[in-house]
Design a protein around this ligand. Structure first.
Ligand code: TYD
Ligand code: MG
Length: 453
């Protein structure tokens, strides 16, 4: 076979040259030529030679039904996956160190194994004996899950190829090293190479692979971010360290809805599922107090009620504090600006603190009205009615815009004992289910109605 002819391609203009030169003749760029070996010589063999030929789309629909999803029996986990684990899919589970990723995935692997799905849990951070100790603590010591402690990618792939499980958990992607890459484990190139090999393996062998990745709050540590686009599903495990609640959130899912959440509680015996998150998030709510507003939100496919808490205090600083936890700080600034310019309620000289109770994160624009309500209630030092929830998006003019799934929000609120809802005037409702509706056209109207200003 003829020796492949290498050529030199200018990285600036794309011109190819037979010989290397310091300067590209075509565009005049200096030092831009890079040697490249063409991928193939001569005519290609076509898709048919490599793997099955192309097929008409219509032929596929009846030929192969989608493979059944595997359920772990952990309802919250299965829900976030979109109804169960798809065979041969690749997942990334990211989160802060110590948030409970290893605990969650060991529990999930054990549950899958108990239901006859062969699962292997490979730890690069702990010895098998330590993983076993953890399993004992979780009451899962007798689960038929297989354990491995390994960091060499080549050895992991050989093991997986020999054992052919249905599911492999790799904890974590940052500890792996591939001998084809000359940098330290945890570096971007190592993480990318290891993830690429494992994802390819998952697709080729039909083994579902779950990669665990550590992220910092800033997302700056080399790692999961570069893997996100390679995998089918990206889940983030979130929560405040001081709180026992943990939220598993799907940020990308090729096989299910994104934005779906699963709620867990970290207990002495591992993660316990929380079937009714609204009740949990509102459980710490005492008597109605100024600065507290209940938001009827939607997370993924289900309604979740959360308490938004605000505190407004005189500031000694030249530029007062705006401390926002669990909400989009950009939206909070916008709402403050709308309150100042459209309603004439200034927040200058005041520190503003906003928080979502229970360590929950609320990013929906529908939370605007509840945020405004909490801010106003805190500023006026006057509590909102205890039995009242709200939702609605605020536009820059101060007008309220309708939001999606209003009926589901109302139904959930009613289930939890609320009887009144403040909603945008243009919102269409098919049956309020006995809730008293307070329709508000704009923020000024809201201020007048609720605080008599
Ligand atoms: P871990 O799963 O090791 O976190 P990650 O893999 O994300 O780094 O969880 C560590 C924390 O969880 C640790 O602070 C102890 C706590 N924990 C419990 O509270 N209960 C338990 O049953 C277990 C196993 C851990
Ligand atoms: Mg861990």
């Amino acid at each position: 076979m003829a020796k492949p002819v290498t050529s030199f391609t200018c990285q600036e203009c794309g011109a190819t040259h037979r010989k290397w030169a310091g300067r590209c003749d075509a565009c005049g760029a200096w030092n831009s030529l890079v040697e490249e070996t063409p991928l193939s010589q001569g005519p290609g063999r076509g898709l048919g030679a490599a793997k099955g030929r192309t097929v008409p789309l219509s032929a596929l629909s009846t030929e192969e039904p989608p493979p059944p999803r595997a359920q772990s029996g952990l309802a919250e986990f299965d829900r976030v996956l979109g109804g169960g684990l798809v065979p041969g899919s690749a997942l990334l589970v990211g989160g802060d160190p110590g948030i409970g990723k290893s605990t969650l995935l060991l529990q999930a692997a054990a549950q899958f194994a108990k239901r006859g799905i062969e699962a292997i849990y490979i730890s690069g951070e702990e010895a098998s004996a330590q993983v076993r100790m953890r399993a004992q603590r979780l009451g899962l010591a007798d689960a038929p899950v297989r354990l491995g402690a390994e960091t060499a990618l080549r050895d992991i792939l050989t093991t997986l190829d020999a054992e052919r499980p249905d599911l492999a958990v790799i904890d974590s992607i940052q500890t792996l090293w591939s001998d084809t890459v000359e940098s330290a484990p945890g570096s971007v190139s190592q993480v990318r190479a290891a993830a690429h090999e494992l994802v390819t393996f998952a697709k080729r062998r039909g083994v579902a692979v779950i990669l665990v990745g550590h992220v910092t709050k800033e997302g700056q540590i080399a790692g999961p971010r570069v893997v996100e686009h390679m995998v089918d599903t990206v889940l983030y495990f979130e929560g405040e360290r001081g709180h026992q609640f943990r939220i598993l959130r799907a940020v990308k899912n090729r096989f299910g809805p994104a934005d779906e959440i699963g709620v867990f509680e970290m207990t002495g015996g591992g993660l316990a599922e929380v079937a009714n998150p609204s009740a949990l998030f509102l459980s710490e709510r005492g008597q109605p107090s100024p600065g507290s507003a209940v938001f009827a939100g939607i997370e993924g496919t289900r309604p979740v009620l959360t308490e938004i808490q605000a505190l407004v205090a005189p500031s000694t600083l030249a530029s007062p504090r705006r401390t926002v936890v669990g909400l989009d700080s950009g939206r909070v600034s916008t709402i403050l600006a709308v309150l100042e310019s459209r309603c004439g309620i200034p927040f200058t000289g005041l520190d503003v603190f906003l928080n979502v109770a229970g360590g929950m994160r609320v990013m929906e624009p529908a939370a605007d009205l509840a945020i405004a309500a909490a801010l106003l209630s805190a500023r006026e030092d006057s509590a909102l009615p205890a039995e009242c929830v709200s939702f609605g998006e605020i536009s820059l003019s101060g007008a309220l815009r309708p939001v999606a799934q209003a009926e589901n929000r109302l139904k959930e609120a009613q289930k939890l004992g609320f009887s009144q809802a403040i909603i945008p005037a243009p919102q269409k409702i098919d049956g309020a289910g006995g809730m008293r509706l307070d329709r508000i056209a704009d923020l000024t109207g809201f201020v007048g109605e609720v605080f008599g200003a």
